[in-house]
Design a protein around this ligand. Structure first.
Ligand SMILES: *Cc1c(COP(=O)(O)O)cnc(C)c1O
Length: 400
């Protein structure tokens, strides 16, 4: 497989270069609009005959530098950045679908994505069929004449299911539909484009930025698709206007270059905790464990050196137990009882009552989301064994 040769971190690093004044970091471009030498040049730019920065909702130099790096990391021709992950997801979907079209989506997705599919898209006459993405026959059977795309997350939220991207890509190609993949949980670990996806979307709010100081999103794809998104007359991103601000773009760009080190440490710590939780006798869900139903699939698809990721879930059986446990862990300094992920401190939340609360109970049951599920985004702790001792003391104190 081509991914064995593709190294996202090295490919990313090659996109770093000095700016016009030999600053090692790109200067922040602080302009919403850009001047032209002549009226003719401006007209030519509007008509697509001249390449120049025009207006920041379309392109600006700071966003372009970040996008070059994201495209380098992902192995795509191009990329475009947005003010949130949901902006990246919705702009992509609305670019690919119009009234009367149909989408096949994994039943387990981020709660906001699920709500967009289930509640928002039907308002404009786009229909979505939810499937068990691990059941490839069910996926293919759901594809109809008006299907425009198959949507999934490489590692799904919050059940940490792994999507078989090469197999899904085969189905997509066979039926001439696009495969759109949300890779938010596993940047660098998976290179979905190299595995056959057409468009990769990210919430950069999470691991990519890793600082929880902003929301942001990214779309990585072919130049043709990115250009269609920002077409002055028809582009969804250009016309709905979800662009990322260049100040944030510049700060995320710098954080991006430590992502490979962070992912390795998140993965190392998560693997340690998962093994310890298992030994303790808890019901653990971690793709790095042999018991995980897609452990082998993940091992086959991943860029191995980055590990199995920073996300773990454990099932404590009830909301009450989960909530007492999380409050105690926060009190003892393990991390924060907060939604989101990819932060340097450990974050934990009870998925059913928080980030998946948009998903109705009947669907939660169908996807196997237990009410006592505690989702961990494991932090960058230098001595995770010490952290585990604290977690263990919390479990003991609550008689779990
Ligand atoms: C957080 C998240 C999103 C949404 O991103 P925002 O930046 O919060 O808009 C989408 N997909 C996944 C998998 C996420 O975790």
């Amino acid at each position: 497989m081509s991914t064995q040769k593709f190294d996202p971190a090295m490919s990313l690093l090659q996109t770093a270069h000095t700016d016009d004044h030999f600053g090692v970091n790109q200067s922040i471009n602080d302009s919403a609009t850009f001047a032209f030498e002549s009226g003719q040049q401006m007209t030519a730019t509007f008509e697509g005959e001249h390449q120049a920065f025009l207006y920041s909702r379309h392109w600006n130099p700071s966003n372009m530098e970040l996008c070059k790096s994201l495209a380098g990391m992902e192995g795509t021709e191009s990329a475009w950045v947005t003010g949130s992950g949901m902006a990246a997801i919705t702009a992509t979907i609305l670019q690919l679908c119009k009234t009367g079209d149909h989408i096949v989506s994994s039943l387990t997705t981020y709660g906001g994505t699920f709500a967009f599919f289930k509640n928002w898209l039907p308002q404009i006459g786009v229909e979505v069929t939810f499937v068990d993405i691990a059941n490839l026959d069910e996926v293919e059977a759901a594809v109809k004449d008006n299907t425009k795309l198959i949507y999934t997350e490489t590692m799904t939220n919050p059940l940490l299911q792994i999507s078989d991207i090469p197999a899904l890509s085969e189905i997509a190609k066979k039926h001439d539909v696009k495969l759109v993949v949300d890779n938010t949980f596993t940047p660098m670990i998976f290179s979905p484009i190299k595995l056959g996806a057409d468009v990769v979307v990210y919430s950069m709010t999470k691991f990519i930025n890793g600082k929880n100081d902003t929301t942001a999103g990214a779309i990585c794809a072919s130049e043709e698709f990115i250009n269609s998104l920002i077409d002055l007359n028809t582009g969804t991103a250009m016309l709905l206007g979800p662009v990322l601000d260049s100040f944030r773009s510049s700060s995320i760009h710098k954080n991006l270059f430590t992502l490979h080190i962070r992912m390795k440490q998140h993965s190392k710590n998560a693997m340690y905790l998962a093994e310890k939780f298992k030994e303790y006798g808890l019901k653990v869900n971690y793709a790095g464990c042999k018991e995980h139903p897609q452990h082998e699939l993940m091992t086959r698809m991943m860029n191995k050196e980055y590990g199995y990721g920073g996300m773990i879930s454990i099932d404590l059986g009830s909301v009450k137990k989960a909530s007492d446990f999380m409050a105690l862990m926060q009190k003892k300094g393990v991390g924060y009882l907060a939604v989101s992920l990819g932060y340097f401190k450990t974050l934990f939340s009870n998925s059913g009552s928080s980030t998946s609360s948009e998903v109705p109970e009947s669907y939660q049951k169908k996807m196997g989301l237990s009410e006592g599920l505690v989702r961990y985004s494991v932090g960058l702790d230098n001595h995770i064994e010490e952290t585990f001792e604290v977690i263990k003391s919390c479990l003991k104190e609550l008689g779990i």
